[in-house]
Design a protein around this ligand. Structure first.
Ligand SMILES: [Zn+2]
Length: 404
């Protein structure tokens, strides 16, 4: 007889997440496994976040003792369940979409498939060539597929505004010769006036939003520009499940939901529409514009298409003149996004690069920390150590350099 009673059920939480719930209790007793199984089905009546933490464990322990099972300890763990191959997958709690590393299925944590597009990553050799062109020697070259939500949107805004402007007005009464013999001088008054105008502006645009919350991406702003530009002239192809599987280990799972990304998009485009209508109103001014005050402004953002895109992102470190530096580039052409230029304190650069990699790899480690045996405590330790490590490294990077 085993030392431990175990139970394992495939359920959906009350908030619709496809999960496995597992429980183990020590020592094993007759009838305990059945009771644990029933308890797990009861726990599925809760939301995903309510299944974590010590509270659930203590509660289950109390119920078991009440039913006459004098167990010493009990463990409850939660993992996601791939709807296609039923693999047990551990994800960090922020993840909203993932690619199954076993079968390549891509979808959200509720089991709804999500269409994914990806640009080809090209070859490591291209990145190494770039480093050599910069006069460096490659030390490490890592590929990550970074998620972006890309939207095609239409913006339309109606407005009315008061335009305050300055105008020069001739002063006919003051025409007088400055001195005898010189021509008469024309004098002007500068008057401030205002006029009411109204109109409509409309434009279409593509926008990309980084779908990660946790780690800052080195060269992230340039990467966003790269995505928006590339999207317009060479959009990526849709990824089939068979192609997704080998990519899974390099994929950073999206942590920003489509809904949150749309909110950010609408905010950004409404701000832009407000600037655009002010420019539009200014053009209707008969004089030099002092101020445009919007009296009414009703923007409407229509999302015409939204796509989850994985962007091949190469992070590298290289050696030059005895020091280490880091850099990042994108796509199969290895377009340079950001690179550290030689500075004196090599150790500092190394530590900064290390902290960034630790942060981003922690997310990855958490995603790959799957398997039915893995429990949540283990996952949290992985994540915790990663972030603590990153913090320590960043802190140490700013300590005064040793003089010697
Ligand atoms: Zn799967």
């Amino acid at each position: 007889m085993s030392e431990e009673a175990r139970a394992h059920v495939a359920v959906s939480t009350v908030d619709g997440r496809l999960v496995y719930l597992s429980a183990s209790a020590r020592p094993a007793m007759p009838g305990l496994e059945q009771v644990l199984t029933d308890l797990l089905y009861t726990l599925a009546q809760r939301s995903y976040v309510e299944l974590h933490g010590d509270r659930v464990r203590v509660e289950v322990l109390r119920i078991l003792r009440k039913q006459g099972f004098q167990v010493d300890d009990v463990n409850i763990s939660v993992s996601y369940r791939c709807p296609q191959c039923n693999a047990s997958i551990q994800l960090n709690p922020e993840v909203v979409v993932y690619v199954c590393p076993y079968c390549g299925w891509a979808g959200d944590v509720y089991g709804k498939p999500v269409k994914v597009r990806v640009w080809g990553a090209g070859h490591r050799a291209t990145v190494e060539r770039l480093i050599h062109q910069m006069g460096g020697t490659p030390v490490s070259v890592e590929l990550r597929n970074v998620p972006f939500w890309v939207f095609e949107a239409g913006v339309e805004a109606y407005y009315s505004a008061t335009v305050v402007y300055r105008e020069r007005r001739m002063r006919p009464s003051t025409i007088h010769p400055r001195s005898r013999g010189s021509p008469p001088v024309q004098e002007y008054d500068v008057v401030t006036r205002q006029t009411n105008v109204s109109g409509r502006v409309a434009f279409r645009t593509s926008r990309a939003f980084l779908a990660r919350l946790q780690a800052e991406v080195f060269g992230g702003e340039s990467l966003r520009t790269w995505v928006e530009r590339k999207w317009s002239f060479n959009p990526p192809k849709e990824l089939e499940a068979g192609e997704a599987k080998p990519l899974a280990p390099s994929i950073l799972a999206p942590e920003l939901s489509e809904k949150s990304a749309v909110e950010a998009l609408v905010d950004e485009l409404e701000d832009e529409a407000a600037r655009e209508v002010k420019r539009h109103a200014s053009r209707k001014s008969p004089g030099e514009v002092v101020e445009v005050r919007l009296r009414s402004f009703s923007p409407r953002v229509t999302v015409e298409q939204s796509t989850l895109v994985f962007v091949p992102y190469w992070f590298f470190t290289y050696r030059k003149g005895g020091s280490l530096y880091s850099g990042a580039c994108a796509g199969s052409e290895a377009t340079l996004l950001k690179v550290e230029l030689p500075i004196s304190n090599a150790e500092r650069v190394l530590r900064l690069a290390g902290s960034w990699l630790t942060a981003i790899l922690t997310g990855l480690a958490a995603q790959l920390f799957f398997g039915a045996e893995a429990d949540l405590a283990g996952l949290l330790i992985v994540v915790g150590l990663g972030l603590a490590g990153a913090f320590a490294l960043v802190s140490s990077a700013f300590k005064p350099a040793k003089v010697g």
